[in-house]
Ligand binder design. Structure first.
Ligand code: SF4
Ligand code: SF4
Length: 346
């Protein structure tokens, strides 16, 4: 695994980053072992978040005694300075470190959210103070909204941009990735496997590999997953004609069903979290069981059932997704999953 520069941060990172969402599903000891396995395999870039439950503390234990040479990234959804500061302190404690290389504003998806971050007393002020004090190294941002991401990558204040990018979600290739490269903003590719929707790791990582200057972050639950990805990555051969044809076939099949989580379809008059429901399979596969089957899941299904099929979301989705049908379909799938779980008496 080679080291590559992350934009103009001056950081050198492994070509693939470890994503810390799925380890929440494991026992503490299993999670620590998975992280350590990835470090042993040459991963030096680890991404987690204040909001990923137990992820930070598990990573913290895994890196104890071997912090040197690692690039640690975390993030906070806070928009105001006080909450951001509190999250940052918690991240230090949970990770067991006194310095975090990259701290990101988590999912800045709207102009209002950005305004709050940048307002006097907002999260950016707190982040700048922390960077000046030498407690964090760099300030980044994550988003699912392409127009917002383009705007933020051009502001000269965010050093990294984490955004979904895979062979179905190719839109960043047009403007966002070139812009990040021109501006020296490190581009971190979220969801290289489409949040679990793209099952063939070979296609996904060969596709990532042929885009220089893009660092994919992959959520890892089992050591074997990282081994498989690293094996694919070690082969420099570009996608073959047959593999490209297979990608085209998958894109054609998924194109009108694949939700990018951009939230352009909002606001829903029923306040249905549409993109969460349309990505429920991915969430269900990555989140701890108590959340999947607990209040969070039940509330999600209840909200889906309040859809009045007004069609507003469908008119706004730039990808032409049949949104109300998909809301009903995925809610139905989730309902069945919950029923099975209840039937198992777990
Ligand atoms: S069709 Fe349903 S999900 Fe879409 S905006 Fe209307 S109520 Fe919301
Ligand atoms: S349904 Fe369409 S507009 Fe809404 S989040 Fe998904 S891709 Fe974006």
């Amino acid at each position: 695994m080679q080291q590559v520069p992350l934009g103009r941060t001056g950081l050198q990172v492994s070509e693939i980053a470890f994503g810390g969402i799925p380890i929440q599903r494991l026992s503490h000891a299993e999670a620590v072992a998975v992280v350590r396995h990835c470090l042993d395999a040459g991963i030096t870039f680890i991404d987690t978040a204040h909001g990923y439950g137990t992820s930070e503390e598990r990573i913290g234990e895994a890196i104890r005694g071997r912090r040197e040479g690692l690039v640690l990234a975390s993030k906070s959804p806070a928009r105001d300075g006080e909450t951001f500061q509190a999250h940052l302190e918690q991240s230090f404690t949970r990770l067991g470190v006194d310095y975090i290389d990259l701290y990101q504003f988590h999912n800045v998806a709207t102009a209002e959210a950005l305004e709050q971050v940048l307002a006097p007393g907002g999260a950016m002020e707190a982040a700048l103070r922390a960077r000046e004090a030498g407690r964090i190294g760099h300030i980044g941002v994550t988003s699912h909204n392409l127009q917002m991401a383009i705007k933020m990558a051009d502001m000269g204040i965010f050093e990294t941009m984490m955004f979904p990018f895979n062979y179905v979600t190719r839109e960043p290739l047009q403007e966002l990735i070139p812009l990040c490269q021109r501006n020296g903003v490190g581009f971190i590719a979220m969801k290289p496997m489409g949040g679990g929707m793209l099952e063939d790791a070979t296609l996904s990582f060969k596709y990532q590999r042929q885009h220089a200057g893009v660092v994919p972050v992959v959520g890892i639950e089992r050591a074997a997953e990282m081994d498989e990805i690293l094996q694919i990555w070690a082969d420099p051969a570009p996608l073959s004609t047959a593999e490209m044809a297979r990608i085209d076939e998958i894109v054609a099949r998924l194109g009108t069903r694949f939700c990018r989580r951009c939230d352009y379809c909002q606001p829903c008059p029923q306040q249905i979290p549409i993109s969460t429901i349309l990505n429920i399979k991915s969430f269900a596969a990555r989140m701890p069981a108590e959340r999947v089957y607990g209040d969070w899941g039940r509330q999600l299904i209840a909200s889906a059932q309040s859809c009045i099929r007004c069609g507003q979301c469908e008119g706004r989705c730039p990808y032409g997704l049949p949104v109300p049908d998909l809301v009903a379909e995925y809610a139905g799938w989730y309902h069945q999953l919950m029923a099975q779980h209840a039937g198992q008496g777990v």
